[in-house]
Design a protein around this ligand. Structure first.
Ligand SMILES: *[C@@H]1O[C@H](CO)[C@@H](O)[C@H](O)[C@H]1NC(C)=O
Ligand SMILES: *[C@@H]1O[C@H](CO)[C@@H](O)[C@H](O)[C@H]1NC(C)=O
Length: 302
């Protein structure tokens, strides 16, 4: 789970427009209260979404998953939209997280929309290259716009102020959503949003190194030594059996291209990245078990 979002360790929160400047409107509350009355737990809901927002001749649709929490919703309150990212939308966010603190304070109705192609939101029957053509931030933003517009119409929420939330890649989406569709989004909270794309991004590992060094100055040196040793071994195919054994690989290590070596090294480096980025992160309820394991291995091996 960590691979996708570890690029985003730099933590900045952009509040594009103050959360607290939300004005209020009244229309349509009864409509959604009746609709929501039956919902107690964050049950899965399904939204009929367009496959291709940019081709008027393509009328194909699919079912996009979303969740609702109306616990704090006030008749005149805003609507919060948590943006799903590159993984299954975790319903735990419907009753945990800072955004609910804001929801309570502002009387917000809360939605979370899963990102196309992740979790149960599958626009296509397979993941062929032709299908993956429909996996893009551009389409995902249009999904958000269509969801926002349609739900507002159906539930009588058109006069409310809509606020988008997201962290990491969904944080970028939150910022872009506000920039691209300002008439649909009153404000966005873009948390740890990497809005500057960079192909080669060594700064990420510099943060990891600093973090490890803050515990023990020797630690990053040992990690580097281990890594350099492995880089050397990978140049010599006669050591592949050793590597296979040392890392308990499922099958004998096969390196055909430089990319294979890079991938292997990146996978191992990922453990250090993850332990820095995710240690203590929501461990109580989300990915705690995994992190405890990483932390444990890490501490006994270094
Ligand atoms: C909504 O959030 C509140 C506060 O965290 C929680 O008590 C409630 O169970 C949540 N409801 C749903 C449907 O998730
Ligand atoms: C690889 O394993 C063999 C057999 O266990 C051992 O003799 C050799 O020293 C190892 N090579 C390295 C580079 O660790």
């Amino acid at each position: 789970m960590a691979f996708h979002s570890r690029c985003f360790v730099l933590c900045t929160t952009l509040v594009l427009i103050s959360v607290f400047s939300l004005a209020k409107g009244h229309k349509g509350f009864g409509k959604f209260v009746r609709r929501l009355h039956t919902i107690q737990k964050p049950q899965e809901q399904w939204f009929t979404q367009k496959l291709d927002h940019f081709n008027g001749q393509d009328s194909r649709v699919w079912k996009q998953r979303y969740f609702v929490n109306d616990t704090f919703a006030q008749p005149d309150g805003p609507v919060f939209l948590m943006i799903g990212g590159e993984g299954p939308a975790n319903p735990i966010w419907m009753d945990h997280g800072t955004w609910l603190t804001y929801a309570e304070k502002l009387g917000a109705l809360c939605f979370m929309l899963e990102h196309r192609f992740y979790g149960k939101s599958r626009p296509t029957s397979d993941l062929s290259t032709d299908s993956l053509h429909f996996l893009s931030s551009r389409q995902a933003l249009a999904d958000l716009a269509h969801f926002r517009t349609t739900i507002a119409e159906i539930w009588g929420l058109s006069d409310r102020k809509w606020m988008a939330f997201g962290g990491s890649y969904p944080g970028s989406l939150a910022a872009w959503f506000r920039l691209k569709y300002p008439h649909l989004v009153h404000a966005s909270v873009a948390t740890s949003a990497p809005v500057h794309a960079q192909v080669n991004f060594p700064e990420y590992l510099e943060v990891v190194r600093r973090s490890l060094a803050s515990e023990n100055a020797n630690c990053p040196l040992l990690v580097k030594k281990a890594s350099d040793t492995l880089v050397e071994l990978l140049k010599d195919p006669t050591t592949y059996d050793n590597i296979t054994q040392d890392f308990n690989l499922c099958g004998k290590l096969q390196i055909q291209t430089e990319s294979d070596s890079a991938y292997f090294l990146e996978t191992l480096a990922g453990n250090f990245m993850d332990v820095v980025q995710y240690n203590q992160d929501n461990r109580a309820f989300e990915v705690g078990t995994l992190l405890l394991i990483i932390e444990f291995i890490y501490c006994i091996s270094v």
